[in-house]
Design a protein around this ligand. Structure first.
Ligand code: DC
Length: 225
């Protein structure tokens, strides 16, 4: 199996880039943030105290989280229910980033699930710790960054396009907050990762660069698989 790990801070464009790569290569795209978000949603819906790691950990055995792949891409399921939209709210983002992702038992709970997905298919997997912890043997590791201002600028445009009033300074503060909250996972950049700064590159340029790297390594490995 061939695995591409894409790590980096929120808003650098990891998911759009990973989706485009998966499409171009015929790989499965795995958005691992969705798993943390689904656990956060479960805890919110069940009124579990997110600030209490013991309480959250104790409920994990009841969390039936899964990813499903169809023509529209990845769907996130919670006990069979499609929560792909419900996990995108600001409340869930903050709960996942601030609390859930920091609980060691949550990270351990998701470890096997993520590894299992990469055993079953060639994948492009995006997250924070894919190249370091989840798939240390990934054939290609990319650390995708962009300046906080650029990430906030893109997010503001997205929110505007979605018809939600967005104030750049407010969005920039939120980006900085997410960076602080995700710092523990982001500090560990794998030494064998290719660092790409998307601040000055277009989306197409980023995708093209990673495709070139992937193709070179697939050739080097004697083809995929
Ligand atoms: O990528 P995202 O914004 O959907 O991720 C939601 C949160 O989950 C993010 O704040 C950090 C956490 N996360 C993580 O700790 N490790 C991952 N592999 C993916 C996400």
């Amino acid at each position: 199996m061939f695995a591409i790990a894409i790590d980096g801070p929120a808003g650098a464009g990891k998911s759009s880039v990973a989706k485009a790569l998966a499409k171009a290569l015929g790989f499965a795209y795995v958005d691992t943030g969705a798993l943390y978000r689904a656990i956060a949603l479960f805890m919110i819906e069940n009124q579990v105290d997110l600030t209490d790691p013991e309480a959250v950990s104790a409920r994990l055995p009841q969390v039936e989280v899964g990813l499903e792949y169809g023509p529209e891409g990845q769907r996130t399921l919670l006990a069979g229910r499609d929560v792909s939209q419900d996990i995108r709210t600001q409340e869930v983002s903050m709960a996942a980033s601030r609390w859930v992702a920091h609980i060691p038992r949550v990270r351990a709970f998701l470890l096997d699930l993520q590894r299992d997905l990469a055993r079953r298919a060639d994948v492009v997997m995006d997250g924070r710790d894919i190249g370091t912890v989840i798939l240390p043997g990934a054939q290609l590791k990319v650390f995708l960054t962009a300046s906080a201002e650029e990430r906030a600028r893109r997010r503001t445009l997205q929110l505007d396009a979605a018809g939600e009033a967005a104030d750049f300074d407010q969005v920039l503060r939120e980006v900085a907050q997410r960076d602080r909250q995700d710092a523990a996972q982001l500090e560990a950049v794998p030494p064998d990762a290719v660092r790409l700064d998307a601040t000055e590159l277009s989306f197409e340029q980023v995708v093209e660069k990673i495709l070139e790297l992937a193709r070179a390594r697939m050739d080097g490995a004697g083809g995929k698989g």
